[in-house]
Ligand binder design. Structure first.
Ligand code: PSU
Ligand code: MN
Length: 321
């Protein structure tokens, strides 16, 4: 069967587990694949992808790792495909701009936060867990480098549980951009906007909620108001796993300046910086990255559960007198 040539059908293939869960109305959590192909070294990337799926399951939801394989959107990957993705070369890092290019050309690609949101929504999944979202890069005044993740939040109704955005970005501008786009950024159990490896970026979280039910209620009210777009759920890394901001600041400055010196631009910037930080911190950045992804997967699974419950007891909107 070739759904790809049939314009009335979406080029989406679900794994049996995801298909069953969706059909039964059980909670499902989307997981991205750029973290596997461009975010972590082998073999930790594959081991983490598998372990994070177990964390989602342990917290009551079904994991759906998303990637583009031979031009098809795959929602839920089998073990062999995960292993292949973790070692393959020439896998495209796909965002909104080039997702259709990869599908039309029958190519292989991993999905960034933006592309994963699009594919999750197509598959009927509205909660997604990752490490950190893309943002406004330092030096944006000259490069105009703003991740397409940010504009995706303004368009696509998927809640993304992350550990904030990486301190190697321009975090004040990232928050300003999200506010301009009308994207709620929720500090999950914190008043501070987290900075990926560390719990506190020094910037306040624009709003705070403390439970999955409270986040689910925010999402539901947004839908009733007809507000489009997604929600950033910024969940700080556990204290015992964090690298304090001042400890990593010097390494970030070095990695950013090396990227500039080497003329690294576009899609290559984030993978380069992550790779250099892994080297400069002698692996500590990766240990923290893995811990925070698990922490986010657990919250996302519980949020997906809370959203399903509310759907089942949907109430009519109450108007204030
Ligand atoms: N954060 C991580 N690891 C990653 C990424 C973010 O800890 O691999 C990836 C995500 O897929 C995110 C992408 O969507 O980097 C952003 O890339 P860019 O800055 O080129 O938009
Ligand atoms: Mn970019």
């Amino acid at each position: 069967m070739d759904h790809g040539r049939n314009p009335s059908r979406l080029p989406v293939d679900f794994s049996p587990a995801v298909q069953e869960a969706l059909a039964a109305g059980r909670p499902v959590v989307a997981l991205e694949s750029t973290i596997i192909t461009h975010g972590m070294p082998y073999p930790q990337n594959v081991a983490t992808a598998r372990a994070v799926e177990q964390t989602v399951l342990a917290n009551g939801a079904v994991p759906a790792t998303i990637a583009i394989i031979a031009g098809r959107i795959r929602v839920g990957l089998d073990d062999a495909t995960l292993e292949w993705l973790g070692t393959a070369k020439d896998v495209l890092k796909l965002s909104r701009a080039d997702l259709a290019y990869a599908i039309a050309g029958g190519l292989n690609g991993s999905t960034t936060v933006a592309a994963t949101m699009i594919c999750a929504k197509l598959g009927g999944i509205d909660v997604f867990a990752t490490g950190g979202i893309g943002g406004v890069h330092r030096g944006v005044e000259s490069t105009m480098d703003i991740s397409a993740d940010l504009t995706e939040f303004a368009r696509t109704d998927v809640a993304v549980v992350c550990a904030g955005a990486k301190a190697l970005l321009d975090l004040p501008r990232t928050l300003e951009y999200l506010e301009t786009e009308g994207v709620p950024v929720v500090g999950y159990g914190t008043d501070k906007f987290p900075a990926f490896w560390s719990r506190d970026s020094g910037l306040p979280a624009p709003m705070r909620l403390d439970t999955p039910e409270a986040v689910a209620e925010l999402i539901r009210v947004r839908r009733r108001l007809g507000l489009t777009g997604g929600v950033v759920v910024a969940n700080p890394v556990p204290v015992e796993d964090e690298i304090p901001g001042e400890e990593i600041a010097g390494h970030i400055a070095q990695a950013v300046s090396e990227a500039n010196d080497r003329g690294i631009t576009g899609k290559r910037v984030t993978p380069f910086l992550l790779g250099r930080l892994f080297e400069l911190t002698e692996g500590a950045s990766l240990t923290t990255n893995i811990a925070l992804v698990h922490n986010n997967a657990a919250v996302a699974a519980r949020l997906a559960g809370a959203l399903r419950q509310e759907e089942q007891s949907r109430r009519p909107i109450k108007l204030a007198q």
